[in-house]
Design a protein around this ligand. Structure first.
Ligand SMILES: [Fe+2]
Ligand SMILES: [Fe+2]
Length: 360
């Protein structure tokens, strides 16, 4: 791909993400962006972690509602139109029918086919029963334009914790909803799903791009906050034989990106609120490369600061993410073919960082 085309693509993505209405982009740019070698290019969008919270009666926490409504409205204005939208989990805050119904109603305004990922806030009240009525299976796969997509349920945990430890479903939900709670339990996919994943991937040729959607990171980042999946290494081993693998996950409410072997990992933002970066990023002895740089955020007077959604460009088997940060500077994390890992295109040059960001 020539630099000229790449630059044009980036400009095109930036223009799209800035919220221009449909029809304003020159058609030639759209053609250029889809004329790549090595397979068809296409786009999809990703909205995650809405945490719709019921107050009483027909009242819900306004701020979380507004974040999701805005993402849906902006996604509907995208041009070119995404082939589909993924909702990345934590639609509800405490897993109630009222919350899931209200969230599903907001999402139903999307003009595109929507795939859903299960989050822990959707699951631990009734163990995903009502969520299944709305969205079906907890894990599944499909093929689209030469790529293989897998959606995992990565927020299961030990049976003893789930079935025996708590006196009520509400208590169980509350214990898992806390971010920094010593009563929590590590996220897992479990043996049944691991067996299914193994069988599913066995049918896929090794040169097919594989994109995995999970709620928790399929890498071990920080156990205390469950930025973690217990079988991360086993899942990575199953994905290792494929040439191009992308794992895209929610749950962390912040920008993260990483590369482990052939697998590119990228997080997506929440429409509800940002989490801070755990202190352990700077302190812990880690086998991971430096994950990211701090987000430009923390305006306490802006309820939408550091929340947003993503526009994704699936080109030549790699996924570039344009982070649409509401009322903030959009960020792009794109795979750098020369360096062999994803990078934040604005922050890869340390001179672009503020002094406070440089120690990362
Ligand atoms: Fe979340
Ligand atoms: Fe979550």
């Amino acid at each position: 791909m020539s630099n000229k085309i790449l630059n044009t693509r980036r400009d095109f993505l930036r223009t799209t993400a800035s919220g221009l209405v449909a029809g304003m982009l020159p058609v030639s740019l759209v053609r250029l962006a889809s004329a790549q070698e090595g397979g068809p290019d296409f786009t999809f969008a990703y909205v995650s972690d809405a945490h719709i919270q019921h107050v009483k009666g027909s009242q819900f926490v306004r701020n979380w509602d507004r974040g999701l409504i805005r993402a849906v409205a902006e996604a509907n204005l995208l041009e070119p139109k995404p082939d589909f939208v993924v909702f990345g989990g934590d639609l509800a805050q405490l897993g109630t029918k009222a919350e899931l119904d209200h969230g599903a109603e907001i999402l139903s305004a999307l003009n595109y086919k929507t795939y859903a990922v299960l989050g822990e806030h959707d699951y631990y009240l009734d163990l995903g029963e009502y969520w299944s009525e709305l969205y079906g299976d907890h894990y599944y796969s499909w093929d689209h334009k030469g790529a293989h997509f897998v959606t995992l349920n990565s927020i299961l945990t030990y049976d003893d914790w789930t079935f025996n430890r708590w006196e009520s479903a509400e208590r169980r939900m509350n214990e898992m909803a806390g971010l920094d709670n010593p009563n929590g339990s590590p996220f897992m996919v479990g043996k049944k799903q691991m067996d299914w994943l193994k069988k599913d991937l066995a049918k896929v040729s090794k040169d097919t791009p594989v994109v995995v959607f999970s709620h928790s990171p399929l890498q071990k980042i920080y156990k205390g906050w469950n930025f973690w999946t217990e079988e991360a290494e086993d899942i990575q081993a199953l994905l290792k034989p494929f040439n191009k693998v992308n794992v895209i996950y929610g749950h962390v409410h912040q920008i993260q990106y990483n590369q482990i072997g052939n697998i590119a990992f990228t997080s997506v933002m929440s429409t509800a609120w940002p989490w801070p970066y755990p202190e352990s990023y700077a302190q812990a002895e880690s086998h991971l490369p430096i994950l990211t740089v701090p987000m430009n955020r923390a305006d306490p007077f802006n309820e939408r600061d550091a929340t947003g959604w993503q526009f994704m460009n699936m080109h030549t088997g790699r996924v570039d993410l344009e982070f649409n940060l509401y009322d903030n500077t959009n960020r792009t994390v794109a795979f750098n073919e020369q360096k062999g890992h994803p990078e934040d295109t604005s922050y890869s040059d340390p001179t672009n960082r503020t002094p406070a960001q440089r120690h990362y």
